[in-house]
Design a protein. Structure first.
Length: 229
């Protein structure tokens, strides 16, 4: 897809991978609708920020409606918003798990569902769901987060089969550790320079979006080469 002047919706745009992706999309000439709880410190004529809580159904529905009304048809959606809570599962609460599933799974579903009609109308569109290597295997202390990211994988594989006939691609990306704010509230892991750079992950997303219309990358696993230096 040639993303110049195409509308791309990015969730979790305030920082990390989402923020880096926003800047690279703008550099490529795309129009970006960035959804998040906090507006990033970035201004450009082709960037439009929409406040949204991805864990709340009504907020998603209102933001989707506002985006479509203001900017028109969506050509690409990057479901990037997500978070994890660390801890042995017996020490975690119902609310810990519910919060993760509300954002990482139900939020991703509701965002996509509300924009899908617009994407179908274009005849060529792309959904990129950001999972994690936690969506491919278990991780000690992250069972709730792992559960959400396995769900994203299963949903995405089902969706690409449902949507390919409409010219809509669905790609799932599984990043290893990335040097972002994800680890701010996780005491046992500290973000560091041996992790992947968010700008490199964003560049991989761009490359996926720019593939030929008949080329469908279903899964992309990416990791730091030397995670321990």
């Amino acid at each position: 897809m040639d993303i110049r002047n195409k509308l791309v919706v990015v969730t979790g745009v305030s920082k990390g991978i989402g923020f880096e992706l926003l800047k690279q999309l703008i550099d490529k000439g795309a129009i970006v609708a960035g959804w998040g709880r906090t507006r990033p410190d970035y201004n450009h004529d082709q960037f439009h920020f929409f406040p949204c809580d991805i864990g709340q159904e009504k907020s998603i529905q209102e933001t989707a409606a506002a985006t479509l009304e203001k900017l028109g048809a969506v050509s690409a959606l990057v479901n990037n918003a997500g978070f994890g809570v660390y801890g042995n599962f017996e020490d975690q609460s119902w609310s810990d798990w519910k919060a993760m599933f509300d954002v990482n799974v139900l939020g991703l579903f509701e965002v996509t569902r509300n924009l899908l009609g617009s994407m179908k109308s274009t005849g060529e569109a792309h959904i990129v769901n950001i999972s994690s290597i936690a969506g491919l295997n278990g991780v000690k202390g992250f069972s709730g987060y792992v559960g959400t990211k396995h769900a994203v994988r299963g949903m995405s594989h089902s969706w690409f089969q449902e949507l390919r006939e409409f010219g809509i691609k669905v790609t799932t990306i599984y990043p290893g550790s990335v040097n972002t704010n994800f680890f701010d509230d996780i005491d046992v892991v500290e973000a560091n320079e041996n992790m992947m750079r968010p700008q490199d992950v964003a560049n991989s997303i761009i490359q996926v979006l720019e593939t030929h219309h008949n080329y469908l990358p279903v899964d992309l696993e990416i990791r730091p080469l030397k995670p321990k230096g």
